[in-house]
Design a protein around this ligand. Structure first.
Ligand SMILES: [Zn+2]
Length: 323
């Protein structure tokens, strides 16, 4: 059931979630004002958790197995267009290749007929063009403090790696440009081997069999990376879940938010209220809505990690300067 990356409606899972989840409950605005300390929601009289509470739990080391789910919203502050959305800058660039429809760029059938549009995207997203931002470095700091169990990302820009989060802490659910596979003999190569070709607008070929090389980005209908199955151990083990910058619209990624134990706080940092935070809220859910970087900054402030963030970002910037 995890084999397709095509966006699927959430209806089916909703039924499943209703069985194991909480009942919908609504409080009047007046009751919320009395009961809720936060600005957001209430839950049948149970104290609604706030971002401050979560920060306090992290500071007291009550949470030390943090699982993070991240999406395009953590990369747009780095200047990366949300390229799966029609109308974004990148798709306009692709018009010159006359692709029949935007999704064709991630379709194998189309790739084998005409790999050029995909490699135009690859050239744009190959490591080196974009820099991680505050949100990425917050996740790096979480790792440095030994608190990050795993980061599940939908992004294919590789900025989590650039920010210094080791690959073994990462599940790049939609694949990566860091590695590539020959479409004919299936040999694996480091993505770096083909940087020259990609930058020179050449379709890379296998040095062994001359087959076309495809970076390990997950196309529609392709299997998710094996690492994705780590979720079966990670989510039940998590003691805190962050959902940052994702609309939770693409399955199977979307359903993961419901896979943590019901006692585990879930924190959404996102422009809008999405997924189970909107329709299957738990009393220990927290939503920090609005600009993603501002939301992360707010959390860092509550954690009192501002200085460490500044130090980390300064060091990383120097590294880039030398590189
Ligand atoms: Zn080959």
């Amino acid at each position: 059931m995890w084999s397709s990356l095509k966006a699927e409606p959430l209806g089916e899972n909703r039924e499943l979630n209703m069985i194991r989840g909480t009942r919908p409950f609504s409080l009047s605005a007046a009751a919320r004002a009395v009961l809720g300390r936060g600005s957001w929601g209430g839950d049948g009289g149970t104290q609604q958790l706030t971002l401050w509470d979560v920060a306090e739990q992290i500071r007291k080391k009550e949470c030390r197995r943090v699982v993070v789910m991240a999406g395009a919203g953590i990369s747009t502050p780095s200047g990366i267009p949300d390229f799966r959305s029609p109308g974004s800058g990148l798709y306009s660039n692709l018009e010159q290749y006359d692709i029949p429809y935007p999704e064709a760029i991630f379709e194998l059938m189309y790739f084998f007929a005409n790999p050029k549009p995909f490699f135009t995207l690859a050239k744009e997203l190959y490591p080196g063009n974009y820099r991680p931002n505050y949100a990425h470095y917050f996740l790096r700091l979480l790792h440095d403090k030994g608190l990050l169990l795993r980061l599940y990302t939908q992004n294919i820009d590789g900025l989590e790696r650039v920010a210094g989060i080791p690959p073994d802490r990462l599940v790049e659910a939609h694949g990566t440009f860091a590695t590539a596979t020959c479409t004919v003999c299936r040999r694996k190569f480091p993505g770096e081997d083909f940087r020259g070709d990609v930058m020179a607008d050449k379709v890379p070929h296998c040095p062994v069999c001359t087959g076309v090389i495809k970076p390990d980005i997950v196309f529609f209908g392709e299997e998710l990376p094996q690492r994705f199955f780590l979720h079966m151990a990670d989510f039940p083990m998590a003691d805190l879940l962050f959902v940052i910058g994702t609309s939770l619209e693409v399955e199977p990624f979307a359903s993961l938010a419901g896979a943590v134990r019901s006692s585990v706080p879930r924190v959404l940092i996102n422009r809008d209220l999405v997924g189970p935070f909107a329709w299957q809220r738990r009393h220990n859910d927290v939503a920090q809505l609005g600009d993603v970087v501002s939301g992360v900054e707010k959390l860092v402030e509550l954690l009192d990690w501002e200085e460490e963030m500044q130090t980390l970002m300064r060091k990383e910037k120097e590294k880039v300067g030398r590189g």
